[in-house]
Design a binder for this molecule. Structure first.
Ligand code: NAD
Length: 258
């Protein structure tokens, strides 16, 4: 069995900066020998993503702008990737967004517009990119998305993003069922809280981190590298029998009762 990812190509969607979980995944896959392709939301991210990728020794990365709210952009991006590399072996979907003002206070105050926006970017996008990636995954492969406990339980302030994560989790399972016959596995990593650009938008995030340090079985928060190595496992043949699953990388916090 091959645990090296040499000779394989993976699309990493959602690196914004060096704190991004997507970047943790990129570095783990790079260490395992994978070739990486990066997509970013807008030209604002082009320079930082290219600068980060340049730090990966021996990596000959490709870069594409892809706003996941735009069907045409998704189609064009994957058509271009097909032209440039032919086959891909996996995709890391590390994308979410909700209005900052809806990530505090009561969920009841969520607007229709905010609800649809969060679901569009954070959940539907997985289905859209999986559909576009399928024709490139002719050798089978692995799609990994990032979810959070707030989709399974009520987490204060997480609000509409929790509901979008529940939708993402279900989307992941339906995709796993559709794509299994093509040898494509689809799984989610439920990461514990990590200080990133997106996490800044969640109200009182520091107290969520403190709770993990004090109460999670491992008594520590998780790192981008912890999540990255689990993504490597899910991209590799070691996980060949796993699909439609949520793996918690959260120091065990999810097993606790209150
Ligand atoms: P991040 O801000 O570094 O990454 C979020 C990415 O989403 C950014 O690169 C952003 O550009 C991208 N994005 C937003 N709208 C987009 C659009 N329309 N098109 C394309 N890309 C778009 O933050 P992160 O914490 O690394 O988030 C990555 C994923 O991990 C998200 O799904 C997030 O919900 C999930 N997650 C984060 C935590 C945490 O505590 N940080 C915990 C569990 C799950």
């Amino acid at each position: 069995m091959n645990v090296s990812l040499e000779g394989r190509t993976y699309v990493i969607m959602g690196v914004a900066n060096k704190r991004s979980i997507a970047w943790g995944i990129a570095t783990s896959l790079h260490k395992a020998g994978a070739r990486l392709i990066f997509t970013y939301a807008s030209d604002r991210f082009e320079k930082p993503v290219k600068e980060l990728a340049a730090t990966l020794e021996g990596q000959d990365s490709l870069f594409y702008e892809c706003d996941v709210t735009d069907d045409e952009a998704i189609e064009t991006t994957f058509a271009q990737i097909k032209e440039d590399v032919g086959v891909i072996h996996g995709l890391a979907h590390c994308i979410a967004f909700a209005k900052k003002e809806e990530l505090k206070g009561e969920f009841l105050n969520t607007t229709r517009d905010g609800f649809l926006l969060a679901h569009n970017i954070s959940a539907y996008s997985l289905a859209a990119v999986a559909k576009a990636a399928r024709p490139l995954m002719t050798e089978g492969g692995s799609i990994v998305t990032l979810t959070y406990l707030g989709g399974e339980r009520v987490v204060e302030n997480y609000n509409v993003m929790g509901v979008a994560k529940a939708s993402l989790d279900a989307t992941m399972r339906y995709l796993a069922n559709d794509l299994g016959k093509d040898g494509i596995r689809v799984n989610a990593i439920s990461a514990g809280p990590i200080r990133t650009l997106s996490a800044k938008g969640v109200g009182d995030f520091n107290s969520i981190l403190k709770e993990i340090e004090e109460r999670a079985p491992l008594r520590r928060t998780v790192t981008q590298e912890d999540v990255g190595d689990t993504a490597y496992f899910l991209m590799s043949d070691l996980s060949r029998g796993i699909t439609g699953e949520i793996i918690h990388v959260d120091s065990g916090y999810n097993i606790l009762g209150r």
